[in-house]
Design a protein around this ligand. Sequence first.
Ligand SMILES: [Zn+2]
Length: 259
Amino acid sequence: MPTYKARAIILKNYKLGEADRIVKMYSDEGHLISAVAKGCRKTRSRFRGRLELFCLVDLELSEGRNLDIIGQAEILNCFSDIPMDFYRFVFAEIISNVILRTQQSGDKNPSLFKLLYVCLNEIDKTEPEDVIGLKKILCFFEARFLQVTGLAPMLETCSRCNKSTADLYRLGNEKIGFSIDYGGVLCRECSPATGARVELNPSSYRLLVDLFRLKIEDLRSIEIDPYSLRKVCRLMEDYMVFHTYCTVNSFKYLKKIGI
Ligand SMILES: [Zn+2]
């Protein structure tokens, strides 16, 4: 069987038969890999502790008829603080699920691997139970995910009539219309004419724009009022459900834990 090497982050693994596991990963070349780790659940398995969730691993694989088979696995970074905090784990799992739901086996998107790595690294470094910090990271992930997959919302021109935002609003205290269906902000004329729209106050709008232009370390340090963060998180989630293959279920854990 032909063999190959891969560097990948583990997104999901589950039991197969008596002793094996199926492992789903995202590689640094930007594609999904599904492979079997044979004998993985035996006490003396050479894979023991090496194929845990969110680990970055170097692998040797051989091509199988249906699923590839993992021959060797070496851990490069296991983001070991993620599983130590329930909230960190929940947010990391949502990000993994978004990738699993939206990426098909033939897709290739190396930028998405970088984004996944950056976000897991950032989640790993958050303080325990820092839900605000984790929500900022999730919003950042969603915004950049939309950018690298070509689905980013229009924030500088009206998404209905294409008028530039330079003359959209005087960004003082006016509310700004946003349409999930049209995929972006609405000008003053289009906003009242568009039924299902979200109204953003200036600080929510600024946060939305910042998500698409700031680096994660800059975003980490800016103060965000809880109202704007909640509003923008909700908007990003609804936008993802409407424009990608994510479903409401992809974010169900946020609701289950009441955030
Ligand atoms: Zn317009």
